[in-house]
Design a protein. Sequence first.
Length: 191
Amino acid sequence: MIDIRPLVIPLVTAALLIVCGGVLFLDGNNEDSTRLLIRLTATSSFLLLCLTSTARVLRQQLGDIWKPVLQVRRRLGISFAISHSFHLAAIINLVYVAYDGDFSKLEALVPGLAVYLVIYLMAFTSNDAAVQWLGAKNWRRFHTAGSYLLLGVFANSYIGAAITLGGHYWLYVALTLAVLILRQLYRFKRS
């Protein structure tokens, strides 16, 4: 049996490179292709976040079939940070292709930089050494609070998109609510 754990991060990164490279190769580096990349990387990040956020509770509910997901949860979290780095690169690229490099048009991104700080801190502390350094309780608190913050950011984005654009964004809203409900059920079950 092949141990997939060391392959998770390289496989996710390779998939992102192939998808993003494919979009740019087929459509060129323009506003439409960049906006497509922003949507695709937001979706890949969101799905990775959902997996990491529900790994433990789904392992309890689904048994051994979900055990491999729980075993690679930290790697999925790091993959989320990588995916969202691709998302950030697409946003920066959008500034150049749509706004001639004028970042002043995107003041709304400033709070997003704080979110990226949390993402990177979570990624850099997704290891046993960080758990030992911070203490298991503090590490768990930070990662729990960070995941709720990230779920909240996605919920806010997807609710806005669902209201204005409709369609599949309502599915993302429903998935976000399902993840939050699952996490709360797990939390109440533990106490």
